[in-house]
Design a protein around this ligand. Structure first.
Ligand code: NCD
Ligand code: ZN
Length: 344
């Protein structure tokens, strides 16, 4: 097979950032994705309909005119979020709300410390049929970073799912065998996104032979058995798993630092990297559902009508990209050869 054609894909989880960075990140994504769920973890976070609307306009201003790309907006749940915020967000076209446990990741200081306090908000989301997107990690200091996702399932997620069986939940960027099992065993209202880095890499790629800051993201890469479980999840063809790159740019000096930021900037090679993994797994026939069908079906949105073509052609991901502000950024998988290329 030298070429594959699939319905145009969407990215169900990414970080565009703001300001002049949008002139880099939005075209990179609009290159092949028709829609993207835009994470709200700006500083300050996007917490209501007005902020989401203003942010959406800034994204649209940075969108290449003929791309037909549509940003799908989210709001950030805080201790102050009210059921009324959900109603007005829904009315203004916000697609989903994101739950970050306080301190879990980049810019999550404003996030939720007591989940129970959000129950009235979850009730309203359930009523409005608005999906809840979850960064599933506990943040208790005494819990080992490699166990934080599993702990979240046991302590929090199973409680939310039990209490709100009607609420659609996306368990974002899952990284463990336990998460894949939890989603597989759950009802049809729970699904998960999976990133290219968690399919391609495990924690050896982060730590063996020297620390590799460009492979550092949160939730952190796990051991090989977890990577294998995620690979099995996508090759199973289950409708519960779909594409979410978690593309999360940080300038080079912020990654290559004594206290480096978490996040991999994968937008420029995202669909190609997934094709690369699916080919390795011998399941290229499952790529279209993962990238282009399962996501819109779960979100109850129409599937895209246009198509993209990927051709079998080796190319190298650039070592570095220059941002609109002149600073360099190192893309995910920099310098590596990928076997598939989007035909433009
Ligand atoms: C994300 C970011 O930089 O905003 N970082 C990451 O490692 N994934 C935040 C997030 O999605 O957790
Ligand atoms: Zn993210």
């Amino acid at each position: 097979m030298n070429e594959i054609s699939i319905i145009a894909p969407d990215d169900w989880h990414l970080h565009f950032r703001d300001g002049d960075m949008l002139r880099e990140t939005v075209p990179a994504t609009a290159r092949c994705f028709k829609r993207a769920i835009v994470m709200p973890n700006l500083v300050p976070p996007v917490v209501n309909a007005e902020m989401a609307d203003a942010y959406k306009k800034r994204i649209i201003d940075a969108t290449p005119p003929d791309s037909g790309f549509e940003p799908l907006m989210t709001i950030y749940l805080t201790n102050e979020t009210s059921p009324e915020d959900i109603v007005s967000a829904k009315n203004s076209g916000v697609v989903a709300a994101k739950l970050y446990p306080a301190g879990a990741t980049t810019n999550s200081d404003a996030a939720v410390s007591q989940l129970e306090a959000l129950y009235p908000v979850f009730d309203e989301m359930s009523k409005q049929d608005m999906p809840l997107l979850i960064h599933g990690e506990v943040t208790d200091e005494h819990i080992d970073i490699f166990d934080r996702e599993k702990e979240f399932i046991d302590q929090k997620l199973s409680v939310i799912v039990g209490k709100y069986p009607e609420l659609r939940i996306v368990f974002e960027h899952i990284t463990t065998k336990e998460a894949a099992e939890f989603v597989n065993q759950g009802n049809e209202n729970i699904a998960a996104t999976i990133t290219p880095q968690h399919l391609l890499l495990n924690r050896n790629d982060l730590l063996v032979g020297g620390v590799r800051p460009h492979n550092y993201c949160l939730p952190v890469l796990k051991r090989n058995i977890h990577q294998e479980a995620l690979r099995a999840a996508v090759s199973s063809g289950s409708k519960k798993f779909f594409l979410g790159t978690d593309s999360a740019p940080h300038e080079k000096h912020r990654k290559e630092s004594a206290c480096g930021c978490a996040g991999c900037y994968s937008a420029w090679s995202a669909i190609e990297l997934y094709a690369h993994v699916f080919e390795e797994l011998g399941c290229l026939d499952k790529l279209e559902a993962f990238a282009s069908l399962n996501g819109p079906d779960f979100y109850k949105m129409p599937r895209n009508e246009s198509r993209i073509t990927l051709v079998k052609e080796d190319w190298q991901i650039p070592e570095q990209i220059t941002l609109p502000n002149g600073n360099p950024i190192v893309p995910f998988f920099a310098g590596e050869t990928v076997h598939w290329k989007l035909r433009v």
